[in-house]
Design a protein. Sequence first.
Length: 396
Amino acid sequence: MNIHEYQGKEILNSFGVRIQRGIVAHNAKEAVDAAKELTELTGTGWHVIKAQVHAGGRGKGGGVKLAKNLKEVEEIAGQIIGMNLVTPQTSAEGKKVHQVLVTEDVYYPGDSEPEEYYMSVLLNRTTGRNMIMYSTEGGMDIETVAEETPHLIFTEEVDPSVGLMGFQARRIAFNLGLSGTAFKEMTKFVMALYTAYVESDSALFEINPVLKTSDDKIMAVDAKVTIDDNALYRHKDYAEMRDIREENPVEVEARKVGLNYVDLDGNVGCMVNGAGLAMATMDLIKQAGGEPANFLDVGGTADAKRVEEAFRLILKDENVKAILVNIFGGIVRCDRVAQGIVDAYKNMGNITVPIIVRLQGTNADIAKEIIDNSGLDVQSAIEFQEAADKVQAVLA
Ligand code: GDP
Ligand code: MN
């Protein structure tokens, strides 16, 4: 689950990670009130207005702006709230901005150059360990840094049995070229950041930039936080941070009915039981010359009601030219699934794309008979390759 910058910063702050302070506003008036409150708290009269959408590169798209007085706060907030923000990470239509974060300006004007670093915490899937990735080249696209100056990206892997060690945090501060107060601040920052990542069950923290102010404070200016969905049951307060306005509507609906669905760009919808088989099925579709339109794991109980819900989700996508159902009957019996498919098909009454059903496992032969005798535009298959060939034929 992705959350907004301001929510990510709330989590960081709760673990003692220093952040650029801010208050959320939903309209220009609230933004002015927020700015006044921040001035009382911090003493600075300059503020940054930051669009809160689930996409990076907001600065480039005009979603992050400096306001030097309350009038500018009002103007800029009024302009950003309600706009469709287009950034390198959004679609061409952009994302509608519903709220902004009004923050203190931490790039103190007139002072010597502030330093921006990049830092992220994530799982290294190759080693199965968490790692901290960091760079002196903060504030810009890390993808660009990785391409042009890969030697400026460092990683520090964490041994799960002991956690992040002090010497590792010091190595990071050293590699970032820090000394004195800033060095100590950075080691504290890194330790707190890592604790926050682990304790919040996050899948990704990306702080770009981490800022060294001219008075040697280290703080998070931005925060991209992804929380592991599977751990949300342990964090009811984080679960409430979900903003479904930012999410794919079909995926939101799928979650409501308990289906594991991911929207993709292709033309062949698929319905499969088991995530591994679903991935193999997507490969099969590609091999047959199609592109998967979705990932959909219906799980163990593929009864008529569930099959119908799955068909409905798949058919919301207008690009779908065919549906491939691939069910392995281990615990679930194939004949019951076949009956479920026939019932769902008849019940919906509006399916116009061909469906290829591959049922393998317990009672696969009876299942095939049920499909073949249904009189519907549903083709049956038992072997994997057979299913692929039939997909290929309907796409041709
Ligand atoms: P992103 O563009 O979506 O990654 O949003 P960021 O939160 O990273 O902000 C974009 C840029 O705005 C940063 O890289 C900074 O250069 C700038 N910025 C952020 N906070 C401040 C601030 O307090 N003062 C000034 N002058 N610039 C800031
Ligand atoms: Mn950023």
